[in-house]
Design a protein around this ligand. Structure first.
Ligand code: R5P
Length: 294
């Protein structure tokens, strides 16, 4: 097996290879003066099973085109099998034609990955599990929630409680709550499809008075989802508020917005490198590969 740390996931790819004690082939990369990407594999892949680690964090379009270039080239160079580990799967939020004429980007990206020759696709906390059904190749979704739960279990939390800021996947909150041995709940979030503005409401009443609350989500982009959740929690008398997410997409101003709203700690995985990426996905990925589950 060969591991290729793609340009957007160099550090994570190296960590995975190190844990697996597998050979790495690095990518020579440059950007031409006009902005086009040049990539080159620096070793042989013929007849090999190759894992490409390439997240699709910002700049999403560059990460995607590099991923497509790498997968197709691996096939042209004779790789036996290509496994795309894409910790953050961008464009996943546009998973339906919600308004007439809209581009369903998620389906197009999946189509492209398959067309260039990906044999298997692995991602983390995919925005909506229904996307897995759009794949014709094997597609696996893993969750970073156990890692986030373990991370917060090391904190001295007072009467912890876990909250998911929307109805998309209460399971995530459930996983973290189980590790912390506490209750959980979730909010209902409504998005105006034209303006993008969101409104959050309590799904079912819960008691967080004087409790430390951990908000868990798949993505922090603008941070507005988390801010809404913090405001609700504060109104309900929560004590300290912690935030954990898998994918720190972090649009400009997101962290400042969340900190200003009153979060004590904001943490994420290294699915995308950032200042808050304190939890590595590498041991989890390496563990699955070792067990032959990927
Ligand atoms: C979408 O519903 C996701 O689960 C996240 O809650 C959302 O993408 C976060 O976006 P933002 O940080 O812009 O509110």
């Amino acid at each position: 097996m060969i591991i290729v740390p793609g340009p957007s996931s160099k550090e994570l790819g190296h960590k995975i290879a190190q844990l697996l004690n597998e050979e790495i082939i690095s990518i020579e990369q440059k950007v031409f003066p006009d902005g086009e990407n040049y990539l080159r594999f620096t070793g042989e892949v013929e007849g090999e099973e190759v894992i490409v680690v390439q997240t699709m964090g910002p700049p999403q379009n560059t990460s995607l085109i590099q991923l497509l270039f790498m997968l197709r080239t691996l096939k042209e160079l004779g790789a036996k099998k290509t496994i795309a580990i894409v910790p953050y799967f961008a464009y996943a939020r546009q998973d339906e034609r919600y308004r007439p004429g809209e581009v369903v980007s998620a389906k197009i990206v999946i189509d492209l990955l398959e067309k260039v020759g990906a044999d298997k696709f692995i991602t983390f906390d995919i925005h909506n599990l229904k996307l897995l059904k759009y794949f014709k190749i094997e597609a696996i979704n893993l969750t970073a929630m156990p890692l986030i739960g373990e991370f917060f279990s090391k904190f001295k939390l007072r009467k912890p409680f876990v909250l998911a800021p929307d109805q998309e996947n209460p399971k995530r909150a459930e996983i973290v709550a189980k590790i912390l041995g506490c209750d959980y709940s979730w909010l209902d979030k409504f998005r105006d499809r034209v303006t993008g503005e969101i409104e959050s409401k309590i799904h079912e009443d819960f008691d967080v008075s004087d409790k430390d609350v951990i908000i868990v989500d798949d993505i922090i982009s603008t941070g507005k989802t988390i801010v809404n959740a913090i405001e609700i929690l504060k109104r309900k008398g929560a004590k300290d508020i912690y935030v954990g997410c898998t994918h720190p997409v972090l649009a400009p101003g997101a962290l400042e917005r969340i900190t200003k709203a009153g979060a004590k700690v904001i943490v994420a995985t290294d699915s995308i490198s950032s200042n808050i990426s304190k939890i590595s996905l590498a041991p989890l990925i390496a563990g699955y590969v070792k067990k032959g589950q990927l």
